[in-house]
Design a protein around this ligand. Structure first.
Ligand code: ADP
Ligand code: MG
Length: 319
C-alpha cells in the first residue's frame, strides 16, 4: 500500500514553471507579477453529483482542472497556479496515475503549475482552487452589462448536454457526432485566450456551466437589466447536424450545462472587432440577443416573430 507521501511524490509532483516554491513544503510560494491582481476560484467535483463514480479517470483529471480554468477565462484572467484537494476511497494507483495524466495534460495545455494540495481518504471528491492574474482593474465581471449591449456566446453550446443525453439513452447519436459530443462533455476546452482578448471589449461575462438561460440570469441580476434572445440567431445548426431534433437541440443549447463556453455582452460598436477576433482565434461566435432595460426580464423572440418571457433559473443543487 503506497503511503500518502509516495502518492503525492509519484503522481502530483512535477517541476514548476513559474512557482517560487511548489509541492513539498508546508505552503507554496507564489510570486504574482507587478501590476496584476490575483483571480481566485474554487470548484468541487463530487462523485455521484458532478460525475459518475466509474468515470474514466484520465478524462476526469482533465475536466477537474478545465472547469476551474474556465472560471478564470470568464474573468479575462490568465490561469497560473492550481491547488488540488483529493479525497479518495482507496489508493488505487492505476486510477490515480490516469487522473494525474489528464490533470497535467490540461495544466500543460494552459500553462498552469500545480503548486500544492491535500490528499486524504474518504468519499471520492475532487476540489481544485485555481489562481491566476489579470491586470489590475481589467477583469470582466458579471455586473457591467448595459441596455443596448449585444449578447454573444462562443463555440457551439449544447454539445455536452447532447453527449449526456446520448449516455442516458435519450438519443442514439451517429458515431462521429457521439464522439464530438462526448469530447465536449468529458474534455471541455476553456476559452482562456479568447477570454483575455475580451478585456476592454466585453462589458460583462461568465462561463456557461449550468445552462445558457440560467447563467444569463446571473448577468441580468448582477447588471440590473433584462435580455431578449433572438432564437433565429442561436447556433442550433451544429446540434441539428448531430441528429438532434428541434426540441432536443433547443433544450441542450438553452438549458444544458457543461460546455464552458463564454457568454458575454459588448456594445454594438465592438461588432466588427469581435468578428475579427473570433476569426483570429478560429472560434465560432454568435450574436444571440440584446440587453434590455427591464431588470430581470428574459424574452425569447421566436423565429415566427412571437415573443414570450421565460424563466432563467439554472441548475440549483439545493432546489
Ligand atoms: P501538511 O501535513 O503540512 O499539511 P501534506 O502532507 O498535506 O502537508 O502535504 C505535503 C505536501 O504535498 C504539501 O506541499 C502539499 O501542498 C502537497 N500535496 C498534498 N496533496 C497534494 C495533491 N493532491 N496535489 C498536489 N500537492 C499535494
Ligand atoms: Mg495537509
Amino acid at each position: 500500500m503506497p503511503s500518502e507521501f509516495d502518492l503525492i511524490r509519484r503522481h502530483f509532483t512535477r517541476p514548476a514553471r513559474h512557482t517560487a516554491l511548489s509541492v513539498g513544503d508546508d505552503a507554496a510560494l507564489l510570486a504574482p507579477r507587478a501590476g496584476m491582481q490575483l483571480a481566485v476560484s474554487t470548484d468541487m467535483l463530487v462523485a455521484g453529483t458532478h460525475f459518475f463514480p466509474d468515470a474514466e479517470p484520465e478524462a476526469l483529471g482533465w475536466k477537474t482542472l478545465a472547469v476551474n480554468i474556465s472560471d478564470l477565462a470568464a474573468m479575462g484572467a490568465e490561469p497560473r497556479w492550481a491547488v488540488l484537494a483529493l479525497s479518495l476511497p482507496v489508493a488505487d494507483e492505476a486510477w490515480i496515475a490516469a487522473f494525474a495524466r489528464g490533470f497535467f495534460a490540461c495544466a500543460d495545455a494552459f500553462g498552469v503549475d500545480l503548486a500544492g494540495g491535500d490528499t486524504t481518504r474518504g468519499p471520492l471528491n475532487l476540489c481544485v482552487t485555481i489562481l491566476g492574474e489579470v491586470p489590475a482593474g481589467a477583469a470582466i465581471t458579471r455586473g457591467g452589462a448595459r441596455t443596448g449591449d449585444d449578447l454573444w456566446i462562443t463555440g457551439t453550446p449544447g454539445h455536452a448536454a447532447l453527449g449526456l443525453a446520448h449516455l442516458r439513452g435519450e438519443i442514439a447519436l451517429p458515431p462521429t457526432a457521439a464522439q464530438s459530443c462526448l469530447a465536449s462533455l468529458h474534455r471541455p476546452q476553456p476559452r482562456v485566450a479568447f477570454g483575455q482578448a475580451l478585456r476592454g471589449v466585453a462589458s460583462a461575462m461568465l462561463d456557461v456551466s449550468d445552462g445558457l438561460l440560467g447563467d444569463l440570469g446571473h448577468i441580468l441580476e448582477s447588471s440590473g437589466c433584462g435580455a431578449r434572445i433572438d432564437v433565429a440567431a442561436l447556433p442550433l445548426a451544429a446540434l441539428h447536424a448531430c441528429g438532434a431534433d428541434e426540441a432536443l437541440s433547443r433544450r441542450c443549447l438553452l438549458s444544458g450545462g457543461d460546455d464552458y463556453e463564454l457568454l458575454f455582452t459588448a456594445p454594438p460598436s465592438q461588432r466588427e472587432h469581435l468578428a475579427a477576433l473570433a476569426l483570429g482565434h478560429g472560434l465560432p461566435l454568435s450574436r444571440i440577443g440584446t440587453i434590455t432595460a427591464t431588470a430581470g426580464e428574459l424574452v425569447l423572440h421566436e423565429t415566427d416573430g412571437r415573443e414570450h418571457t421565460t424563466a432563467h433559473a439554472g441548475y440549483d443543487h439545493f432546489a
